[in-house]
Design a protein. Structure first.
Length: 631
């Protein structure tokens, strides 16, 4: 069963231990080489110093804490972090703030620290694998962790997965010590780590009752109820001690009881509405609600104010979250069959072969990387994990049928594997009500790889024993699982146009307008029907004074998607500057029909009307623009 192979104390054992450390060092060097190679690639990317969406939000937040500068970047709204409850969990921004404080807010330092943390995760995985199944499994697992491309990719992003993986591995390594003995100190440290994990990923709260049930099961097996109660108290109190300051801050700053973050409601509604597809962060009626074409964390305060206007009363963020939860609940209650189909679809996405994008097109990033391109993906991880877990269960069952008394190490393996399966299961289930992205499943991958490493080790044992008949049977099962998991039961197509125009946006933020235009051209070539590609391309052309070309692409974008507000506003500007005042007026009027409280549209329309001598109408729109800006 792959019991732990404690190194003997004689001279030969010391040599073996030294050889083990050498192999681990080589594994870490390979991981370091791959990370260094990837870092050399991404340091040239435009978004390395101009992060997007969630990464931009984390960077803004951390820089505000580190430098005291809370000025939003160009074209970004103030997310009002200082005066509202945390919209996103604060754990990762706190971590990034620490890095910025120590490095002078260096983008490069942030990636380097995360890549070293990724190597630390290799060591933590090695410790866990060695503790359960022996040095060989530990080393195989460390090797998997060092080369698996998803870890390396997210270590290069200003996003939380690498830190979540670190906390999860530390937590499971600490909790597995409970199989040996409950102690108050172990419980306190485990609780502190769990508290940190919660303020980074609050959905892991679903794991709490399972940890307590698992600990109770251990106590029953060992008849150790007194230490169990002490351990549970220590675990819960220390975890609460980490979360409490976040809750207290939300209460004091915003007079609003928000445990950690206020984004649960809107994310639940995104996952359960008439337009939900399981992967896209779509809020139906966003234009009517907040006058937005699309939304990010930066624009959430505008959504809050839109709901306040809708309900005609001030709203706390906790109340807005409840508002969205009720809307999601009404949708689920009124459409139970479609809601169930959405859950199944999200489950298939979670365990499927596609790297579902969230902020960036992950598949495209992998294909563009010489370092990551050829490293196998998620299907080999899941199929290997299933085979390894099956091998372990069958071996354990065979021992029980032979009525063999389980060795202490075998008992520990069984108990810790139960804990790991509970973590994987609860983590997976916690995302089903919301929406799915590849980055959300990253924290369970080390534990899937643990069972995969066990499968590889068992394969080696079969080969060493020349038991080729059973080996062939298992390999057939393995290949069959790989093919099955690699099949896309729900379609997902990477959006290459989005990949290119996101790069164009980043180049624009870096004031490299010619390079941005090149990327926008590629985006249009990838998908001529993408309205956003044409919209951003037109914006870059407008900055260069290429008015006719800009107007043409704005018009194409509107033909594809007529309700693009900013596009209509900018199209009016391009037409007005060409002297086509009547056409400009028609687009600004339509923009105001879609968003009546838009001061910029009122101001532009007033200027055009004034040029036509319609001074009374112009004055009305200028007055309205001033009134709206003063609110």
């Amino acid at each position: 069963m792959g019991n732990r192979q404690a190194g003997p104390k004689h001279k030969g054992g010391n040599k073996l231990q030294a050889a083990e450390l050498i192999v681990l060092a080589v594994i870490l060097l390979i991981g370091l080489f791959l990370r260094g190679s990837y870092l050399l690639e991404i340091v040239k990317n435009p978004d390395f110093t101009a992060p997007e969406i969630d990464a931009a939000f984390h960077d803004y937040w951390a820089r505000g804490l580190a430098d005291g500068d809370w000025s939003p970047s160009e074209n970004m709204s103030d997310p009002e972090i200082r005066s509202t409850p945390y919209f996103r969990p604060p754990g990762y921004p706190y971590f990034l703030t620490l890095v910025y404080l120590l490095s002078g807010s260096s983008f490069l330092a942030a990636r380097i620290v995360q890549m070293w943390l990724g190597l630390a995760n290799c060591v933590l995985a090695y410790i866990l694998g060695r503790s359960l199944f022996g040095r060989t499994v530990g080393l195989i697992l460390a090797g998997f962790m060092s080369i698996y491309w998803v870890f390396i990719y997210f270590e290069g992003e200003l996003l939380a997965p690498v830190f979540v993986v670190f906390c999860a591995l530390v937590l499971i390594n600490l909790l597995q010590l409970w199989t040996e003995r409950f102690t108050y100190m172990r419980s306190i440290i485990a609780g502190l780590v769990f508290g940190i994990l919660v303020i980074v990923r609050p959905n892991v709260l679903l794991f709490v009752p399972l940890v307590l049930a698992w600990a109770w099961w251990l106590a029953r097996r060992r008849n150790d109820g007194r230490r169990f109660r002490t351990a549970v108290v220590g675990f819960l109190l220390s975890g609460a001690a980490v979360v409490a300051p976040v809750t207290l801050r939300n209460c004091l700053v915003a007079n609003d009881f928000v445990l950690i973050s206020s984004n649960a409601g809107v994310n639940l509604y995104i996952g359960n509405n008439e337009q939900a597809d399981g992967v896209s962060p779509i809020i139906p009626g966003l234009i009517e609600l907040a006058g937005l074409d699309e939304w990010t964390c930066f624009s959430y305060p505008q959504i809050v104010r839109g709901i306040e206007r809708t309900l005609a009363r001030p709203m706390k963020h906790s109340e807005v979250s409840s508002y969205f939860m009720k809307k999601a609940g009404r949708y689920i209650y009124g459409n139970p069959l479609r809601a169930l189909k959405l859950v199944v679809k999200k489950a298939l996405y979670f365990w499927g072969p596609a790297e579902v994008s969230n902020n960036k097109e992950i598949f495209c990033a992998k294909q563009q990387s010489a370092t990551l391109r050829y490293i196998p993906g998620f299907p080999i991880v899941v199929s290997s994990a299933i085979v390894g877990l099956m091998w372990f269960i069958i071996g354990l069952k065979a021992r029980l049928l032979r009525k063999e008394l389980p060795a202490p190490q075998t008992q520990k393996q069984f108990e810790v594997c139960v804990l790991i399966v509970l973590f994987i299961g609860s983590y997976f289930v916690s995302y089903l009500p919301f929406f799915i992205s590849a980055r959300f499943r990253v924290p369970i991958i080390p534990f899937l790889l643990l069972f995969g490493a066990y499968a590889v080790h068992q394969t080696g044992l079969y080969i060493a024993a020349r038991d080729f008949r059973r080996l062939v049977v298992w390999l057939v099962v393995w290949v069959g699982l790989y093919v099955l998991i690699g099949r896309p039961f729900v379609p997902y197509k990477p959006n290459w146009a989005r990949w290119y125009y996101n790069r164009g946006i980043a180049y624009e933020r870096n004031k490299q307008i010619n390079l941005s235009i090149q990327e926008y051209n590629k985006a249009i070539e990838a998908d001529p029907s993408d309205p956003w590609a044409r919209n951003y391309f037109a914006g870059a052309l407008l900055k260069q004074g290429r008015l006719a070309e800009a107007a043409e692409h704005y018009q194409q974008a509107i033909l594809i998607k007529p309700d693009l507000l900013q596009t209509r506003l900018n199209l009016g500007v391009a037409l007005y500057k060409q002297g086509k005042i009547n056409e400009a007026i028609s687009h600004w009027t339509e923009a105001l029909r879609l968003k009546p409280d838009w001061p910029e549209a009122h101001n532009n329309l007033a200027g055009a009307l004034y040029m036509q001598g319609k001074t009374d109408e112009a004055a009305k729109h200028w007055d309205e623009a001033l009134r709206l800006k003063s609110e």
